[in-house]
Design a protein around this ligand. Structure first.
Ligand code: F6P
Length: 364
């Protein structure tokens, strides 16, 4: 019997369960393979006693449309930087990767499939360099991983954000207001741009293009002066004004490296007032609603394709590689390439040309 360990790491994302189910179902079509799961990324392996779940067809039955991950996840620390409390009460980190390698050997694990974003795939590569037979599956609602046209979860997040814009347009029109919607997107503006195009926002502000508040104010004034007495703005949480920083605060959470982004919409409201905008402004922060719940059909299909491919890569011994989607094929690429850079919006991105082409201001 050969054994594959599956883990989900980083922020959760609609479609994770569909990947897990597809791995298990594909493996069941081969002889003598067992799939097990580690809870909360690799924490389940490192825990004493270990927290390992047997993933057979019964365990994954009907989970393809469930949000979240049945294995649990974490975006804090990891085997290479395990948070520990120092004697003086402060927090430090220790490397438990060797211990994990030994434990996996003891557990009879032949291969690992790590489903996660850029941070998780950096962990995959580091384990691969230690000799672990590991395969990566990319996930993020932000769609900012390179070499893959899409990651699952992204279309669901865009759908949720678009529905929010649709709703805000009608209330903005009724009250002659400016409604600002803050969406996720730490460093990449794909969700904001897509929701703006699909929902019909007048302004879309993204992390890659620092905005000039005067340009934003001008766009709003033009719209109001042309008789449209309302406007909708979509701002990514990571957007920043020209010469300014992202809006957020240092997180006090142990092992969490990210700055907690917060307040992009609130700052924009203050800046617009300062720039002379007198219309009523209201804010909506969509937050984790974009990450939870049922994946749209597209994401379930992509996630299922990724799961099937990941197990087939185990069969083909394509270790140190990551599943990717390059239309129309599901391919595999070296993990080392996948972690070099992110896929950001650029001036030449089709989404930017389309947005500008229909008069959406990007604040530049
Ligand atoms: O990476 C995906 C993402 O959705 C980012 O856009 C966002 O900044 C981050 O996750 C927030 O994650 P959490 O609140 O779980 O730390």
């Amino acid at each position: 019997m050969k054994r594959v360990l599956v883990a989900t790491g980083g922020g959760d994302c609609p479609g994770l369960n569909a990947v897990i189910r597809a791995i298990v179902k594909r493996a069941a079509r081969e002889k003598d393979w067992e799939i097990i799961g580690s809870t909360n990324s690799f924490d389940g392996v490192l825990k004493e006693p270990t927290e390992i779940v047997v993933l057979d067809e019964q365990a994954v039955s009907g989970i393809h449309f469930r949000g979240g991950t049945i294995l649990g996840t974490t975006n804090k620390g990891g085997p290479f930087e395990w948070p520990v409390k120092n004697y003086d009460g402060t927090w430090g980190a220790v490397d438990r990767s060797e211990e994990m390698m030994r434990k996996l050997q003891y557990m009879g694990v032949d291969a690992v499939i790590n489903i996660g974003g850029d941070g998780s795939q950096r962990i995959s590569q580091a384990f691969y360099e230690k000799g672990l037979k590991i395969i990566g599956v990319p996930k993020t609602i932000d769609n900012d991983l390179p070499f893959t046209d899409f990651t699952f979860g992204y279309q669901t997040a865009v759908q949720i954000a678009t529905e929010a814009v649709d709703k805000l347009v009608t209330t903005a029109a009724s009250h002659n207001r400016i409604l600002i919607l803050e969406v996720m997107g730490r460093d990449a503006g794909w969700i904001a741009l897509s929701a703006s195009i699909a929902g019909g926002a007048e302004v879309c502000l993204i992390p890659e293009i620092p905005y000039d508040i005067q340009k934003v104010a001008e766009r709003l004034e033009t719209r109001f002066s042309r008789g449209k007495g309302f406007a909708n703005i979509v701002v990514a949480e990571g957007a920043k004004p020209k010469g300014g920083e992202q809006s957020g605060e240092k997180s006090g959470e142990v092992g969490y490296h990210n700055v907690r982004l917060k307040g992009a919409a609130a700052r924009l409201e203050a800046e617009l007032k300062e720039a002379g905008i007198t219309a009523d402004i209201r804010l909506t922060v969509l937050g984790h609603l974009q990450r939870g719940g049922i994946p749209v059909a597209y994401d379930r299909i992509l996630a299922t394709q990724f799961g099937v491919k990941a197990f087939e890569m185990v069969l083909e011994e394509r270790f140190g590689e990551m599943v990717a989607y390059r239309h129309p094929n599901i391919i595999s690429i070296p993990l080392i390439d996948a972690i070099q850079k992110n896929k950001f919006v650029t001036e030449s991105s089709n989404a930017v040309k389309t947005a500008k082409g229909i008069g959406i201001s990007l604040g530049d």
